[in-house]
Structures are given as C-alpha cells and as structure tokens.
Design a protein around this ligand. Structure first.
Ligand SMILES: [Zn+2]
Length: 289
C-alpha cells in the first residue's frame, strides 16, 4: 500500500483566515478513501452532523492546533477541500428553480467555489444588554468545534444560539431556549438577531446565477447541509466500480485506495472499453464487406 498524501489548506482560504489558530500551526487534508465512503453510505438526517465530523477528523492532519480548537466558520470550507478533491469528476452541484423575472424553469450547475463566503474581517462582535431579562450581557461569538451545535425547527433560534454566547449563561435544552427567546420583548429579539448575524461567518447558503433566458442575475438558495454534501456515497456504485476496475484492468481496489483514484480509473476504463467496442464493431463490419 502506498502512503496517502496530505495537502495543506492555506489559511488565506479559510473564512477565519487562520487568525485565531496558534502561530506556526497548519491544517492538512487527504482525500476520502473507499473505506470512508463505505462509512458515509449510512448517512441519514439524524446522524449527518456526527458522521461528517468523524470524516473531517479522519481526513485532517493537524499540526499545532487541536481539532476542538477549530472554528465552526471554517468547517464547510475544509469539507469542500476534501469533497472537491475526492470527487474530481463530479464535484459540482445542481440546482433547479423558477426564474422570478421570466418564469423560465432553470436547471443549472455551479461549483462550491461559487458559493458566497463571509470572512472574519467582514464580521463584528458586539454586545446586547439583557439586564432586564437575565441580568447579563450577551455577546456575538465565534464558535469552535468544542461548542454545542443547536438544531431547531426555527432558523432564527439556531442563528442566535449558534452565533452568540447566550447558551453559555444557562444550561437549557433547545426547546427551553426557544420558549425563552419567544417570550422576550420584540426589540431584544431583534438585537440578538443582529448580534448573531454580525458575528456569523463562513460559507453562506446561496449563489448568484444568471437566468439562461432573460440573463438577469438571481440569488438562489442552496442546501449546504452535511447530508446533501455527501449524499453521493452509494454503496452499490462503489461495489460496481470496484468490480469493473478489477475486471478490465486487473487493478485491485482496496479500502485504503483514495476515491479520486477510483473515479479516474473508472473514467479511463470506460474510455478503453468503449474504444474496444468500437474497434470490434468496425472489424466486424470490415469482415462483412
Ligand atoms: Zn429569467
């Protein structure tokens, strides 16, 4: 087995710009292997966050910085590096939408690098005075991997809990926090929302695309959840690729083989077998004449 390669993720490409990581530290990544993809084949809504975090931990090689010190705002960008280099031939995204200007039904492809990113330099941390309600001062906050991630049915609750230090003040469930926030005066909720929005950084869930009919630019929302990012790991495809490769070129794919090699080999195998089929057809036709 050959040794697996790791590549450095330049800090300049992370939303945090690496500003909060220790001096001299570095983050490297490797591609996902066949084994990683087998693991991801059981990805569901309920376990997506946990499984994708596992994969991130497996595929990163950290030097001078701990996994739990990494910032949440950098998580998607690091996953994009892994995903883009694992699926070399199929790392694009597809989106379908109706153009609000001309009604055209659009189906377009875009790359992950087309998604808008908010860098740490475009964010601000500020306080919200909550003296009447809790006797505290809530502040915007950059969360690390050590911090709990809140998921609720209301995006506003998630925004506030995941981008301020509110949840540090009391140990409550997400349902209790939801009730608590719903009972606040409207102006306090608005201030909390602003503090959270101003602190929030990272990959934003939308992309600017041009309508193919009227050429107007549209802002299209994109599902960048963990589940949709790695939904391509289908076990049946993996097994078929493995068989096809060993049948056509005798190369054994093991669990440690980086998946980008599998994908490229499959593309070559397909090309060769098509060429073979073509030449067989031609020689048959030639024999008939
Ligand atoms: Zn249009």
């Amino acid at each position: 087995m050959s040794e697996i390669n790791y590549w450095r993720i330049p800090y300049t490409q992370l939303p945090s710009l690496g500003e909060r990581y220790p001096q001299g530290s570095s983050i490297k990544f490797r591609c996902m292997t066949v084994n990683d993809l087998k693991y991801m084949a059981s990805l569901k809504d309920e376990n997506a966050d946990e499984m994708v975090t596992d994969i991130l931990e497996r595929c990163l090689k950290l030097d001078g910085v701990r996994f739990d010190q990494l910032l949440r705002m950098d998580r998607l960008t690091m996953l994009f590096f892994i995903r883009t280099n694992t699926f070399l031939l199929s790392n694009g995204f597809q989106t379908e939408f109706d153009c609000p200007h001309c009604g055209s039904r659009e189906r377009q492809e875009f790359k992950m690098s087309d998604l808008k990113v908010k860098k740490i330099t475009e964010s601000t941390i500020h306080d919200v005075d909550m003296v009447d309600e809790l006797g505290i001062c809530v502040s915007g906050e950059y969360k690390t991997f050590a911090d709990r991630v809140y998921h609720s049915p209301d995006p506003l609750i998630d925004l506030i809990l995941n981008n301020t230090d509110l949840a540090h003040w009391q140990d409550m469930t997400v349902e209790q926090w939801t009730d608590w926030i719903y009972n606040l005066p409207a102006d306090k909720v608005a201030k909390l929302k602003r503090a959270a929005n101003d602190a929030r950084c990272g990959v934003l869930g939308y992309v600017d695309l041009k309508c193919s009919k009227c050429r107007k630019t549209l802002r299209v929302g994109v599902d960048i959840s963990d589940k949709s990012l790695f939904n391509k790991a289908k076990l049946s495809v993996l097994i078929r690729n493995k068989i096809q490769i060993s049948k056509y070129c005798g190369v054994q794919i093991t669990d440690d083989t980086p998946y980008n090699e599998v994908e490229l080999t499959i593309a070559i195998v397909n090309e060769l077998s098509e060429a073979e089929a073509r030449s067989m057809k031609e020689s048959k036709n030639g024999a008939k004449k």
